[in-house]
Design a protein around this ligand. Structure first.
Ligand SMILES: [Zn+2]
Length: 507
């Protein structure tokens, strides 16, 4: 059985509703998991500061009884806000073979990078950095994230039909056979060698096939169709394509199984020299795609290649873009492509106030994106090592302290035994007896305190067991994982006039 756990916080207003959280969790369930059954556990108005929550306790009971194979939650902090609690809970999951998935942090405990990101998130959970602004955004973007129709014109090849999803009225795309056969023709034609958008348009117009809202086909109309992921049978390669463009992908990679079409939401910040896809979101739809991913991707590459020679639109996002700040004017620096002599391109960061409005001097040298990325790569690795060593140092200090109080515990036990002997065997007067009793009480109080302290350390030790952060994995991580870790660790990177930079850390 799959467990969905939702908790509404008491800590903050504007927090995401239980229903929204459940919608997100449901969207993270893989199709083949649905028959296993789903059980939903809820805690209204409960704090994440402790685990004394009705729904939560019920879920742990079911886990211990072996009924649950996977726990899905909206965000990690729904489970717990405390590092100690969290790691103890994860231990319980592990012991009972339960996988753990967070719908918003895009990882699960069964994947390699999931482990790295998870361990880091646990560290940051203690710092309580979650902003209210993010939460409001969550609620706003919900409709698109669960694949609901967001309005807009009808797409060539599909008609709109009223439908319900999770009780919300929406629309579903229904295929139009005639139009879809044109779509297939368009993709097959354009993916072939030595064809162009112009020759495709001429061909279609000769055959008196008319597009929507217009009488003739044009290159721009065709390019819009070819770029649209609504037609593709979205699989893992399509996922990777959008991932490499810096698009945020709502569904997990495992759902990209080559069956369904997808939609792209959001706006590109776009002008003549740059385009940033990092505000775009891709979400899987519920209608079936018609173009296989190989053909579709072939067409994207062809479009991208032709576009590159037309205008210099950047087609690859860097994991650091969106966090690089010009020290002179405070603007967010953007990436621009510059051609190299061998025909390839190199990206560099520039202050937009310098490149467009000429109101900022900017820095005196070129900040190449790959140089800056390499530098930040190394800094992040060192930061991870530093976090790791701080944890290890702490646990070494704790060990010395534990040994000291453990030997004190032995002392107390010896003294208690001695006192018991005196009281039982000696003939002693009342004055001495009451003084001995006071002494015995003081000893047992101290003993209890020590036992409590040892208990606390035991929980902490679980939290720190094993090598705490697999730092080396940082270099192997993909773009979206790096971006997630980077955004957790780094507040911003400031570029100074002389081209030097300073990283402002979150931790
Ligand atoms: Zn500037």
């Amino acid at each position: 059985m799959i467990a969905i756990y939702a908790r509404q916080s008491v800590e903050r207003e504007n927090s995401v509703s239980i229903e929204t959280q459940i919608d997100y969790c449901k969207a993270a369930i893989k199709p083949d998991e649905k028959q296993a059954g789903i059980k939903i556990y809820k805690d209204h108005g409960a704090s994440g500061g402790n685990t004394n929550r009705t729904g939560f306790k019920e879920m742990i009971k079911d886990i211990k009884n072996g009924c649950i194979s996977k726990v899905i939650t909206y965000k990690l902090d729904r489970i717990s806000r405390s590092l100690n609690d969290f790691t103890v809970i994860l231990q319980v999951f592990k012991e009972h073979g339960v996988e753990f998935v967070s719908s918003q942090e895009a990882f699960d405990t069964s994947s390699v990078y999931g482990d790295l990101i998870l361990k880091m998130l646990i560290v940051f959970a203690e710092f309580e950095r979650t902003s209210i602004i993010n939460r409001v955004k969550d609620a706003y973007s919900k409709r698109s994230d669960i694949g609901l129709y967001m309005g807009g014109r009808r797409q060539y090849g599909f008609n709109l039909k009223d439908d319900f999803i999770n009780g919300i009225q929406t629309k579903i795309l229904v295929p139009d056979k005639n139009e879809l056969s044109q779509i297939i023709y368009i993709f097959n034609y354009y993916s072939a060698q030595n064809t162009s958008l112009r020759s495709l348009a001429e061909n279609l117009n000769l055959n008196t096939i008319t597009p929507l809202n217009g009488t003739v086909w044009s290159s721009s109309k065709l390019s819009a169709i070819i770029k649209n992921p609504v037609y593709v049978k979205a699989d893992i390669n399509v996922y990777r394509y959008y991932e490499s463009m810096g698009v945020k992908i709502v569904n997990s990679p495992s759902l990209f199984n080559g069956t369904y079409g997808a939609r792209l939401y959001g706006r590109t910040t776009h002008n003549s020299s740059l385009s940033d896809w990092s505000d775009m979101k891709l979400v899987l739809c519920r209608h079936k795609g018609v173009i296989n991913s190989e053909t579709w991707l072939k067409c994207q590459l062809k479009l991208d290649k032709n576009r590159r020679f037309g205008s210099s639109v950047s087609n690859k996002s860097s994991y650091i873009s969106g966090s690089i700040i010009c020290s002179l004017c405070g603007s967010l620096m953007t990436t621009v492509k510059s051609p190299k002599s061998d025909g390839s391109f190199r990206r560099y960061f520039i202050c937009p106030q310098k490149s467009h409005k000429k109101t900022c001097e900017g820095c005196i040298c070129t900040i190449y994106a790959d140089d800056l990325e390499n530098f930040i790569d190394k800094c992040i690795y060192e930061k991870l090592l530093q976090i790791k060593s701080e944890y290890e140092k702490n646990s070494a200090l704790n060990k010395t302290y534990i040994n000291r109080i453990k030997s004190r515990l032995k002392d107390i036990q010896l003294q208690q035994d001695k006192l018991a002997d005196i009281i039982l065997n000696g003939s002693i007067n009342n004055d001495l007896l009451s003084s001995l009793n006071r002494k015995a009480n003081a000893l047992s109080l101290e003993k209890n305190n020590i036992l409590n302290t040892l208990d606390n350390f035991k929980t902490k030790k679980n939290a720190e067991s094993g090598s705490f952060l697999p730092c080396q994995k940082w270099f192997e991580a993909g773009l979206s994982q790096k971006k997630a870790i980077f955004q957790l660790l780094v507040k911003k990177v400031i570029i100074f006039k002389d081209g030097s930079c300073e990283i402002i850390w979150n931790i």
